[in-house]
Design a protein around this ligand. Structure first.
Ligand code: FES
Ligand SMILES: [Fe+2]
Length: 344
């Protein structure tokens, strides 16, 4: 996993004035919304005996531990120990680590790292046409696969003809070479492939779209844990069908990922069809996961350890980022406990 980035970690709508646990990097975080509507994030572990704050309560913007009722401010300071007589000093180590958090595009972004505010990278910018005009549906699942391996599948132009051959892949020509350019930035990378035309020229869809439609697919990596697929079907006209598939991958441990997806669509933007589109999106996601979970090593191998072809260029770019600055470390629960004892 990568350090010193903003991780998309939860949907904004899931965070209320009740504490909620978020799992990432074998670590528990607790998030809640204070009375000003601002999100607060702390370690979800009380420094007294280690109970999870997420089972506790929010009192006047403070967290009350569910075990012995110690009370902590949003800045992590303990301000009350009910069993102590009034005036007893609070132990110095009664402090919980906190994390910077922001809200944007319906996601909560948690900064994981040690950079001061002025040195942190900006939050990503998603395409304006998508977030402001297209209708979103949301999906949330836990997948038994590594987060980077799942991201790689979402940055892969060639898997559609095999992994998705029974769903949308069947109309994509399979015998065309795929080469493309990767534009690399500090914040990630972008590439685009235009398939000349889709198969099945007698399709009603082709008639409506004015001839055999082109399929344009643009894939974007937003470091550290978000991918976006922009799919355009049509001939560049105003009736083109557009989808945006935005996916946040929360690395829980080496083999487990929480996947939070938003499917944007420009067609049939009526609420009663949201369930239908969510179901399709979920099915496509599971088609990926079924295969990705069988990979020999869930941990991302070094670039030199696998075979690559030209069409893997975007995945290689992602691997280069990981290889350059990956903190190759998911603390085990045991190590986590040790850290927390040291901290006290
Ligand atoms: S474990 Fe939190 S107050 Fe005791
Ligand atoms: Fe896929």
């Amino acid at each position: 996993m990568l350090k010193n980035f903003w991780y998309a970690c939860e949907f904004s709508s899931s965070i209320t004035n009740k504490p909620k646990q978020v799992l990432m990097f074998n670590q528990k975080f607790v998030l809640y919304r204070n009375s000003q509507g601002k999100i607060v994030a702390l370690n979800d572990q009380c420094p007294h005996r280690g109970a999870a704050f997420s089972l506790g309560e929010i009192e006047k913007d403070c967290l009350r531990c569910p075990y012995h009722g110690w009370k902590f401010q949003a800045d992590g300071e303990c301000i009350e120990i009910p069993s102590n007589p009034p005036g007893t000093p609070i132990p110095k180590k009664a402090h919980v680590p906190t994390y910077p958090v922001e809200e944007k595009y319906g996601f909560i972004w948690l900064f994981y790292g040690d950079l001061p505010a002025e040195e942190r990278p900006p939050l990503p910018s998603f395409p304006e046409y998508m977030v402001s005009t297209m209708r979103p549906v949301y999906d949330d699942s836990i997948d038994n696969a590594n987060y980077a391996r799942l991201m790689e599948a979402n940055l892969d132009f060639t898997h559609v003809i095999a992994v998705h051959k029974k769903s949308f892949g069947q109309r994509i020509p399979i015998n065309k070479p795929i080469t493309y350019q990767v534009d690399k930035y500090d914040w990630g990378a972008v590439a685009q492939v235009n398939y000349e035309s889709l198969g099945n020229s007698k399709s009603i869809l082709n008639f409506l779209l004015g001839g055999r439609p082109e399929l344009k697919t643009k894939l974007t990596l937003y470091l550290p844990n978000v991918t976006l697929a922009e799919i355009n079907v049509g001939r560049g006209g105003r009736f083109d069908i557009k989808f945006g598939i935005l996916v946040a991958h929360l690395p829980i441990d080496e083999n487990t990922t929480r996947v939070k997806r938003v499917l944007y669509r420009n067609i049939l933007p009526v609420p009663w069809l949201d369930g239908f589109f969510r179901k399709i999106d979920h099915k496509l996601a599971q088609e990926d996961t079924v295969v990705v979970s069988t990979l020999n090593s869930q941990t991302m191998p070094k670039i030199s350890e696998e075979i690559h072809v030209a069409a893997d260029a975007l995945d290689i770019t992602f691997r280069q980022f990981l290889q350059k600055s990956q903190v190759d470390y998911f603390p085990s629960s045991h190590e986590k406990d040790k850290q927390s004892i040291d901290m006290n």
